[in-house]
Design a protein around this ligand. Structure first.
Ligand SMILES: Cc1cc2nc3c(=O)[nH]c(=O)nc-3n(C[C@H](O)[C@H](O)[C@H](O)COP(=O)(O)O)c2cc1C
Length: 208
């Protein structure tokens, strides 16, 4: 679908049908998320794709959002709880390998990243990592719409409980946002017929 048409078509789906998202369509959406931009390119978050209905059912007990259980898939966006020098070292090695350049060429970049990130507190870096994860969340929403897959971004869940159930803490991760994917149940989702509400364009966008 053309981008603006897709953005007008999408809405935060409240009620899903039983239809499943196919593997190849899911692959396109997760690929778009994988290609999402991030500060320094470090991608300080991971994505969990939860297909298993039993796991989704258990998770849904820790949220007011039934979409977690109803939808075809649930994506969990989990931000790094801190940034370690090891992560920056490994990322610099990855750039050198992918771009086939000597690692020494990246010493200025590495110093900048180390100075910028390691001088901050873990909590500041977690907030920074969360912002990067939200860019990916937006990318995932747009990609889903282009593929005519319905999606719901969600913050309404108890993150600590999700982290415990998914074993995220041990991995240095904290869940920050969710994205359910599936297909709308048009008959039963009254939100499917609601008009979009956005601030008037002239109030929202200033051209200088
Ligand atoms: C970061 C974020 C968190 C949200 N959390 C929830 C949520 O927990 N449950 C829900 O039903 N909708 C949630 N929404 C959906 C918004 O309510 C919805 O996007 C907004 O009202 C605009 O409507 P539209 O997306 O249908 O155009 C969230 C949206 C965003 C971007």
């Amino acid at each position: 679908m053309e981008l603006i048409e897709a953005m007008e078509w999408r809405y935060a789906t409240k009620q899903y049908s039983d239809k499943k998202v196919s593997d190849d369509v899911l692959e396109k959406i997760t690929k778009a998320i994988h290609l999402s931009a991030s500060s320094y390119g470090i991608q300080p978050y991971k994505i969990l794709v939860i297909e298993n209905p039993d796991v989704r059912k258990k998770l849904s007990a820790h949220s007011f959002n039934p979409q977690i259980n109803q939808a075809s898939h649930l994506l969990v966006f989990a931000a790094f709880d801190s940034i370690k020098s090891d992560t920056i070292e490994k990322y610099v090695e990855l750039i050198a390998k992918v771009r086939e350049i000597p690692i020494e060429d990246l010493s200025v970049f590495k110093e900048k990243a180390l100075n910028r990130l390691l001088l901050k507190s873990d909590e500041d870096n977690f907030i920074w990592a969360t912002k990067q994860a939200y860019i990916a969340l937006g990318t995932g929403m747009i990609a889903a719409a282009v593929e005519k897959v319905d999606a719901t971004p969600m913050e309404g869940f108890i993150a600590e409980n999700f982290d415990e159930m998914l074993g995220l803490k041990e991995k240095g991760l904290r869940s920050v946002a969710l994205l359910s994917l599936g297909y709308r149940d048009v008959e039963n989702d009254s939100n499917a017929r609601l008009k979009k509400v956005r601030w008037p364009r002239e109030e929202f966008i200033t051209t200088i």
